[in-house]
Design a protein around this ligand. Structure first.
Ligand SMILES: Cc1cc2nc3c(=O)[nH]c(=O)nc-3n(C[C@H](O)[C@H](O)[C@H](O)COP(=O)(O)OP(=O)(O)OC[C@H]3O[C@@H](n4cnc5c(N)ncnc54)[C@H](O)[C@@H]3O)c2cc1C
Length: 389
């Protein structure tokens, strides 16, 4: 196991055990129903809050457990093992908090993070727009200074937790002429006048993670909510956020891949055809071997990226993209093979692999598609090679 290569601390192992229990008792029994009803996992979040899982995501001075990034990785894998929809909804709050953690003033951190650490509030991350997905510099949302406020206008697309979150970190242009150097990040509270939400998206997978548009129409936000108190550095906060959150998305992919593999091997050991267990067919064995290898490799890349993040290494952007891309592609491939091993039964809602197959696809799309991750990896490789000469 990966733990032999990169070990978890005693505290991290305890968190893993605790989370595994909560997922087994509170998530797995209801995941099918939440998926069917497209229902946000509010009740589950109350259990996560009681178990202290939100606090494991934050530093001690803001009311968290101070366990660092590895805690997010452990939780992401364990929760996604049970349900990627619940995992996405949970992680969305950390994603929304990261711009404040990496770029906020001490006052902003003290004001906004403790309620997230206690689980009393959740937040969300608003970067993508209808015409600016992979192409972040094409952002059109604007923020114009007016006295001691900024006036926001524009629309954000596909925001996880939208409508449910209490506040949002929102990226907007404060200087259109400067492109990415003209982007700033703002904290916007849910009930601010001029701020509303689009319809709940009816998605292929992760159906319990609510996704909506954020709509800003002359929405007045206090200037003190400008993250870091400085204009035009929002893109940098966004990049730092994604470098730190992609290992957690990779960990979610590892969790889903592991769950699909576990379900497939168990089924292969039980299902009989031609008078023998299907696990005795070499064709099935080779699929299982490939699935296990890929999940294990994805976990190792995830742990490596996490360690580089903890060390503040300059190689983080490439490692983070490698982990996210490989783990996402692995989750999709492993979930597909799991359905194959279940045969016709895998194509129905009677078994969980059908949902895993639908859920896995999003991992190759959000927080940068697999194509964008490959662009990032190639850019890192070319830069490294140039500096070696
Ligand atoms: C369920 C869900 C939840 C999400 N949650 C959030 C959230 O909480 N916050 C948030 O800000 N965003 C969120 N997103 C947005 C997500 O990050 C974007 O969908 C993603 O970055 C891709 O953007 P796009 O959908 O506009 O696709 P596009 O950018 O239009 O891409 C379309 C296709 O073109 C490819 N492509 C684009 N540019 C290139 C290129 N330069 N080289 C090679 N291929 C390219 C892409 O890989 C893709 O295959 C979410 C999306 C979904 C579906």
């Amino acid at each position: 196991m990966s733990e032999l290569v990169i070990s978890l601390s005693e505290e991290e192992k305890q968190l893993q055990e605790l989370c595994r229990d909560v997922v087994k008792n509170e998530v797995i029994p209801v995941r099918g129903e939440l998926d069917e009803k497209n229902e946000y996992p509010r009740q589950i979040f109350n259990k996560f809050k009681e178990a202290g899982l939100f606090s494991a995501l934050f530093e001690e001075e803001y009311g968290g457990l101070g366990m660092g990034l590895m805690a997010s990785i452990v939780l992401s894998e364990e929760i996604a093992y049970g349900c990627l929809g619940v995992g996405t909804a949970f992680l969305a709050t950390k994603l929304g908090a990261l711009p404040i953690e990496v770029g906020g003033t001490p006052e902003q951190k003290k004001k906004w993070l403790p309620d997230l650490a206690s689980g009393d509030k959740i937040c969300a991350f608003g970067l993508t727009e209808p015409n600016a997905g992979s192409d972040v510099p094409a952002l059109r949302t604007t923020a114009v200074k007016k006295g001691s406020s900024y006036i926001l206008n524009g629309t954000k697309q596909w925001i996880s937790g939208a409508g449910q979150a209490n506040f949002y970190t929102v990226f907007a242009m404060t200087n259109k002429e400067r492109g990415t150097r003209g982007i700033s990040c703002f904290i916007v509270e849910k009930d601010t006048p001029g701020f509303s939400f689009g319809k709940k998206e009816d998605k292929l997978g992760i159906r319990c993670s609510e996704t909506r548009q954020l709509i800003f129409e002359d929405c007045e936000v206090p200037a003190e909510n400008l993250v870091g108190g400085t204009e035009n550095v929002g893109f940098l906060h966004g990049l730092k956020t994604l470098n730190l959150s992609r290992p957690a998305v990779a960990a979610s992919a590892v969790g889903l891949g592991q769950a699909a593999f576990d379900a497939a091997i168990q089924y292969a050991r039980e299902r009989e055809q031609f008078g023998v267990k299907i696990a005795s067919f070499q064709a099935i064995q080779h699929m299982l071997a490939d699935m296990a290898m890929r999940v294990e490799a994805a976990r190792l890349l995830t742990y490596k990226a996490t360690r580089l993040a903890i060390l503040g290494s300059p190689g983080l952007a490439k490692a983070s993209a490698m982990a996210k891309c490989y783990a996402a592609d692995t989750a999709m491939a492993v979930a597909t093979d799991a359905v194959q091993i279940f045969g016709g039964y895998g194509y129905t809602k009677e078994y969980p692999v059908e949902k895993m197959f639908r859920d896995a696809k999003i991992l190759q799309i959000y927080e940068g598609t697999s194509q964008i991750q490959r662009n990032e990896i190639a850019a890192g490789l070319i830069k490294e090679t140039a500096s070696k000469r």
